[in-house]
Design a protein. Structure first.
Length: 56
């Protein structure tokens, strides 16, 4: 007996949570924006981030 192969490929939905391409891309963009914002704060105020936050 031979088994036939399926003819239709199921269409799976992208997961809304967890490690998926959209979440990783969004996280990367948020990290880049945060890094650039930190550099701008340090440049404008002349202080490091920890100094600016009052932690140092």
């Amino acid at each position: 007996m031979t088994q036939s192969q399926p003819t239709v490929t199921p269409k799976l939905q992208e997961p809304k949570f967890g490690f998926n391409d959209y979440a990783e891309r969004l996280n990367g963009r948020a990290a880049m924006i945060g890094f650039v914002a930190t550099l701008l704060i340090e440049y404008v105020t002349g202080k490091g981030l920890l100094e600016w936050l009052g932690l140092y």
